[in-house]
Design a protein around this ligand. Structure first.
Ligand SMILES: [Zn+2]
Length: 228
């Protein structure tokens, strides 16, 4: 079960590992431990390949507590589980709760892999509070935005050299890829997840376009007006 908030001890360790990951540009991980007295807290930490997500067994918890999950830091700004993350969490018996922080993100994503469908919550890094009510929607909209941001980033750079028709074609292709990814989320989280995820992707895509490329869109509009 995901807690209502993350403790200050938990957050302090997350900030420490985020700092190290940023400084060394290497992923960090840690066991998530539970005791009646402290609730959830982070145990032994590991660095880079030695705690690769394929071998989370590297990390342990202090005596008197139980190892219930795995936390790690992504060195890219995407607060979204990778394919191998999903695979590991769903196939490693002791991992019930998994939490993720990413460089530049102000939230921690936690998912409860001990239940089905898998539930996710977003926690504010500064306070540890859970985003109440809208947390699931936000989690998926952020996941979707990150996915679309990733798919869009590779072609947005090329837009200066593209005809508007090609541009829109590329956009459709990238949204198609986002839909594929959202579909795989739907398998894990249930049907509604697809809607949230894809809405997030659309939102992310348009935000990206408006932010990065207002000029080509203006030109596209002009060109369409001229043609009509
Ligand atoms: Zn990961």
């Amino acid at each position: 079960m995901l807690p209502g908030r993350l403790s200050e001890e938990f957050l302090a360790k997350v900030r420490e590992l985020l700092h190290k990951a940023a400084e060394e540009e290497v992923e960090y991980g840690a066991a998530i431990c539970f005791s009646e007295e402290k609730g959830l807290f982070l145990g032994e930490a590991c660095r880079g390949d030695e705690c690769g997500i394929e071998s989370p067994d590297m990390v342990g918890c202090p005596p008197g507590s139980t190892r219930v999950g795995f936390f790690h830091v992504h060195t890219d700004p995407h607060l979204v589980w990778s394919e191998s993350d999903f695979e590991t969490f769903l196939t490693t018996e002791w991992i019930k709760i998994a939490c993720l922080a990413a460089l530049g993100q102000e939230h921690i994503l936690c998912s409860d892999f001990g239940e089905y469908p898998v539930r996710s919550g977003l926690y504010i890094l500064a306070s540890g509070e859970r985003e109440e009510g809208r947390d699931l929607l936000m989690a998926f909209s952020r996941i979707g935005s990150a996915i679309s941001g990733y798919h869009l980033s590779w072609f947005v750079k090329e837009w200066d050299n593209e005809e508007p028709a090609d541009m829109m074609w590329e956009l459709l292709l990238s949204l198609e890829q986002a839909a594929d990814t959202c579909n795989s989320l739907a398998d894990l989280f249930g049907e509604e997840a697809f809607r949230y995820c894809f809405l997030g992707a659309l939102h992310g895509a348009f935000k990206e376009i408006l932010k990065e490329r207002s000029t080509p869109l203006e030109e596209l509009k002009k060109k369409l007006e001229e043609e009509s």
